[in-house]
Design a protein. Structure first.
Length: 208
């Protein structure tokens, strides 16, 4: 177990490594109990004085942001090619929108190399998309040739779970990404990693 999972165990909530609303509520209640605070401080490696002070808060925040392992890159991943994406895209096309306009609100769930990436794939498998600059830094130019169907290892730092995924699509250029994401994961990859719907959580990745 990592530190966050150990703290969740002390708080008697599911030790899944995802410190969400339920965990925060339990921690808020625990701040009234110096003995519980001391247990958490022991996990965090700070003085066990029962006071949720600046040093303890800082150690807790650091535990929420695990260090990137050597050889891996840390990004925020969004989710793409889910049913809501496909439905929004199809609705836009049906309303007479251009393909470019439809892509602004959804996704046709067909990767840039022709791979079905969502529920339109009868045999769904973990797939992802990366910005073109990242693909060229990783595999060289031109990305359309070098990055096609490359295998990537993706890790959920909250659980340590690692999944192999295929590069199947391209994201916008980095300058045009407004939500801070550096990866798009399809539903199969999100499910395999245990990520929440819509993702927007940190993951680690490296070429397989």
């Amino acid at each position: 177990m990592n530190k966050i999972q150990q703290i969740q165990t002390v708080l008697n909530v599911t030790a899944d490594g995802d410190f969400g609303p339920i965990s925060y509520d339990a921690l808020d209640d625990a701040l009234q109990d110096p003995d519980t605070i001391k247990q958490i401080q022991g996990i965090l490696g700070v003085a066990q004085d029962g006071d949720w002070g600046p040093l303890t808060r800082g150690a807790f925040q650091a535990a929420l942001q695990p260090q990137t392992p050597a050889g891996w890159s840390r990004v925020i991943t969004s989710e793409f090619a889910d049913d809501s994406d496909l439905n929004a895209y199809n609705a836009a096309i049906a309303a007479g929108k251009t393909q470019e306009e439809a892509f602004a609100v959804g996704d046709n769930c067909i990767g840039c190399w022709g791979d079905p990436t969502g529920s339109n794939n009868p045999n769904p498998s973990p797939m992802l998309a990366l910005p073109p600059e990242i693909m060229e830094i990783t595999w060289g130019k031109p990305w359309k040739t070098t990055a096609k169907h490359q295998n990537v290892s993706v890790q959920n730092p909250a659980s340590g779970n690692i999944v192999q995924a295929m590069v199947a699509d391209v994201m916008p250029n980095l300058v045009n990404i407004t939500n801070g994401a550096g990866m798009d994961a399809n539903p199969s990859l999100c499910n395999a990693l245990g990520l929440p719907d819509g993702a927007m959580v940190p993951v680690f990745w490296q070429p397989a």
